[in-house]
Design a protein around this ligand. Structure first.
Ligand code: HEM
Ligand code: HEM
Length: 181
């Protein structure tokens, strides 16, 4: 098993983070969408946002580690791709990082701008670092606009991956699924 990336493909750490986070992001999107429809009388009214915030904070920590990993590892150069294909995928891959980090930080601020901490699965509290009443509305707007944008880009990214595998039949899809040769 290869842990680090090489010029030929992604190592196990990058692959596991990619798929764990893909699952987490789609899951949190569905949970976020659903929890907004709950009324005060639902038994999930309190636990659903707490689970959303807890998993969201894990995603934020993973994301920061993933950024570090990406910067300190080589990126596979798919020599078989055309120049526009390589530029397009680099733009999208690098775009995901700031969009995700800003979206998650906005999520943290929705909950904590009024001074309340986040109860991390009842284990410990993540404190509020900045308090300003009224700003949580803006944080909420940034959070959902970016969440919808990221899901849109992720669907485009998925279509591109499937196109590479089934139409172009190159090695792009396999590079995020198995050890490099
Ligand atoms: C991958 C990460 C995340 C995704 C995909 C995501 C997605 C979503 C979505 C789709 C909504 C519903 C938005 C709406 O329709 O108004 C939402 C709401 C919310 N999210 Fe997230 N979220 C993520 C991370 C986080 C994090 C890290 C936190 C906090 C630590 C957080 C806190 C919240 C809160 C408090 C709401 C309720 C907003 C409101 O009631 O206005 N989220 N999220
Ligand atoms: C929310 C979901 C997703 C996000 C945010 C995401 C993000 C990324 C990022 C940032 C990379 C570059 C490698 C890295 O920095 O780790 C990548 C690579 C890749 N992803 Fe995703 N991804 C998601 C879901 C998917 C899905 C569902 C598929 C396929 C069905 C997929 C297929 C691939 C492939 C094939 C690569 C390698 C591309 C290359 O090296 O040119 N991804 N993804």
């Amino acid at each position: 098993m290869m842990y680090r990336n090489t010029k030929n493909g992604y190592g196990a750490i990058a692959r596991w983070m990619h798929w764990l986070m893909a699952l987490g992001i789609f899951g949190l999107f569905a949970l976020g969408y659903w929890m907004r429809t709950l009324t005060y009388y639902s038994p999930y009214y309190k636990p659903a946002p707490e689970i959303h915030q807890g998993i969201g904070l894990i995603m934020l920590a993973l994301m920061l580690f993933r950024l570090f990993w990406r910067i300190t590892n080589p990126s596979p150069d798919h020599a078989e791709l055309t120049r526009p294909e390589r530029m397009g995928s680099a733009l999208l891959h690098w775009g995901f990082y700031p969009l995700l980090i800003v979206m998650m930080i906005a999520g943290y601020f929705i909950t904590t701008l009024d001074g309340r901490p986040i109860h991390f699965f009842g284990l410990f509290d993540v404190p509020s670092i900045y308090t300003q009443k009224g700003l949580e509305k803006l944080a909420g707007q940034i959070h959902w606009i970016l969440a919808y944008g990221i899901i849109g880009l992720a669907l485009l990214h998925t279509l591109a991956a499937l196109w590479h595998h089934f139409v172009k039949r190159d090695g792009v899809m396999m590079s995020i699924l198995k050890d490099p040769d």
